[in-house]
Design a protein around this ligand. Structure first.
Ligand code: ATP
Ligand code: MG
Length: 447
């Protein structure tokens, strides 16, 4: 097993030991090693103080000296070397106010969050230090806090969310006492910055089934703090098309939507507008959700802003929620498809198709969901794109500069408006996409 540890990490530990120090790999990488998984990053822990670590290695970055962490550069790679430490007092529910270095590895492991993350391994001789029975919990597939769960969760508000996230990424269950400690720790969780929460969401999205994490967040109360909008769909019955309530449908769609974390956030939120648009129809004797995609986009936007997703990420999520609903039929002609592509944007079609497929599958009604409409739409879209007709104002045979020089228009929003109107004409009839025809049309629009 130690054979999988990178040479650079072995070299770092060897050099520390040659100077009379202890050195171990520790934390997530040991856990992943024991699970036979690829570790994402390698952390080394040592009794050497940061100043000594800096002296031993020629290329270092003093990443977090006050927290005992030095980044050692080996070739192009970076490794964090952290001095054994205990934990000082917390006032913000997040970072200890001061760190206290400790003498032995067991004391360092004691401050770590979960037993599966509190195992150290000496890469030299393969010795494992596991005072909290992390290996046993790995075998049982259990996330269990080191020490008293309630104390550990109240020290650092992020830990409850890490617990939820690990249930998904590791596909482990929460130990029951650990799970029970989440509720009484939510006042501390509340203080965690939204960026940290978002980072955990994104990490959870890399799991095979991220819904495990969000189900823990739902039942434990974490989501009441972070995203009450999602809670509105819990237990909300839909209509004859759906086997699941709004919440479960969102979770099934999330799990069934492969792709990057941002697409998966959109899949999770795609029906977030349903609870606020639900109405009973006497005509169909069933529930309806008119306009839920528009209402959903309005709800998703502030959620993304609050969680500090970047402007691009937010735009992508909101756009997918806004456009997730479409019903392709044989009545769609080429112009309908061109309009669809224009609205969605060529570069976002693939996301939308992936989301739609997951959405259809997540209805849970049929053993073999009917994807024929989606397949036909994809084919029709491919045909229309291959035809090469204009789909955006950039594809027009005229541009803003032409409008200014030939029609004497001044720069300003009017140019965009005219180009947009011209595109409408060309989408309806691609034959109009010539310089002369468009100029003539623009002249009429001007007057
Ligand atoms: P991954 O990198 O796969 O997300 P990880 O367990 O490596 O998971 P990191 O955030 O990289 O998580 O942290 C490395 C180690 O530091 C953890 O394994 C754990 O031992 C410790 N640790 C990280 N965050 C906390 C925390 N909030 N409270 C206590 N210990 C923590
Ligand atoms: Mg890690």
């Amino acid at each position: 097993m130690e054979a999988k540890i990178p040479d650079e990490v072995r070299a770092i530990c060897k050099q520390l030991k040659a100077r009379g120090h202890e050195a171990y790999v520790v934390g997530g990488c040991v856990r992943d090693l024991l699970l036979g998984k690829e570790a994402s990053d390698w952390d080394v822990t040592t009794d050497a103080r940061p100043a000594e670590v800096q002296k031993i290695f020629p290329r270092v970055i003093p990443t977090g000296i006050q927290h005992g962490t030095v980044t050692v550069l080996m070739g192009k790679k970076q490794f964090e070397v952290t001095t054994f430490r205990g934990e000082g007092a917390y006032t913000d529910g997040r970072r200890p106010d001061a760190v206290e270095f400790v003498r032995d590895i067991a004391a360092d492991l004691a401050r770590r969050d979960f037993t599966v993350n509190a195992i150290a391994l000496d890469p030299d001789d393969g010795r494992i230090i596991d005072p909290y029975e992390g290996q046993k919990d790995i075998a049982r597939k259990v996330i269990r806090a080191v020490g008293v769960p309630l104390e550990r969760f109240r020290e650092d508000g992020l830990r409850v969310l890490r617990a939820a996230r690990f249930t998904a990424t590791l596909e482990f269950d929460l130990d029951s006492e650990t799970e029970r400690a989440i509720g009484p720790s939510l006042d501390v969780y509340r203080k965690v910055s939204q960026e940290r929460v978002r980072d955990e969401w994104v990490k959870a999205m890399k799991a095979r089934r991220p819904s495990r994490a969000f189900d823990v967040m739902r039942t434990s109360g974490i989501l009441d703090v972070t995203c009450p909008e999602m809670m509105e769909g819990v237990g909300m019955e839909q209509n004859k098309w759906h086997a699941y309530d709004v919440w479960r449908h969102g979770m099934e769609c999330l799990d069934g939507c492969p792709g990057d974390p941002i697409l998966r956030v959109a899949a999770m939120l795609h029906d977030v507008g349903k609870p606020r648009s639900r109405a009973f129809s006497d005509k169909t004797n069933d529930w309806t959700f008119y306009d839920h995609e528009r209402i959903g986009a309005e709800i998703a936007e502030p959620i993304c802003t609050r969680l500090r997703f970047s402007n691009d990420e937010r735009a992508r999520i909101v756009h997918l929620v806004r456009n997730h609903l479409f019903h392709y039929t044989s009545e769609w002609n080429d112009a309908t498809v061109r309009r669809f592509i224009r609205r969605v944007g060529k570069e976002r079609l693939e996301d939308l198709f992936a989301l739609n497929e997951a959405d259809v599958r997540a209805k849970g009604r049929d053993a073999t969901p009917d994807l024929s409409a989606l397949t036909s739409l994809k084919e029709h879209v491919a045909r229309v794109i291959a035809a090469g007709d204009a789909l955006s104002t950039k594809d027009l045979a005229i541009n803003g500069r032409d409008l200014m020089t030939e029609l004497g228009l001044a720069p300003g929003p009017i140019l965009g408006k005219i180009l947009s109107a011209l595109l409408e004409e060309v989408i309806a009839d691609p034959a109009k996409n010539t310089h002369e025809t468009l100029l003539e049309l623009a002249r009429k629009m001007k007057s």
